[in-house]
Write a protein that binds this ligand. Structure first.
Ligand SMILES: [Fe+2]
Length: 130
């Protein structure tokens, strides 16, 4: 199992980007995280596509910014060739997960986001416990 060399270079990479010596386990987990963050970005786009509630719009725009930063952070680590080939599906699914509750109003949106975030916390907890 070869892990990437950790370094402090200030180019957005947190490891030896030229050699891409991340282990298969790390690549698999990062691929999963990248797909999830892709879906998260799409969730907030789906909410913003439909909602007219100003409080929800502020909430979704703030969270969309956070999810875009998460996605960019992973893209700084995970080479494009190692990303999921199902990203379009993740985007479509995420958009629908955001748009569908927006049909029913703010409460449905917040309940959906809470459920998604609880799943995300369990996912990252399982990764950090390895
Ligand atoms: Fe995120």
């Amino acid at each position: 199992m070869a892990f990437g060399k950790v370094n402090d270079i200030d180019d957005g990479c947190f490891y030896d980007c030229e050699n891409h010596t991340l282990s298969n386990w790390i690549l698999r987990e990062l691929r999963s995280n990248h797909a999830g963050e892709t879906g998260a970005v799409a969730i907030y786009k789906g909410i913003l596509w439909l909602t007219l509630d100003p409080t929800v719009i502020r909430f979704a725009e703030e969270h969309l910014g956070s999810e875009r930063r998460h996605l960019a952070a992973i893209e700084g680590i995970l080479p494009p060739t190692k990303r999921s080939s199902l990203l379009l599906l993740w985007s479509i699914a995420g958009f629908l997960v955001g748009m569908a509750p927006a049909i029913f109003g703010p409460r449905a949106i917040y309940v959906t986001i809470e459920a998604v975030e609880q799943f995300v916390v369990r996912h990252y907890d399982s990764q950090s416990s390895v």
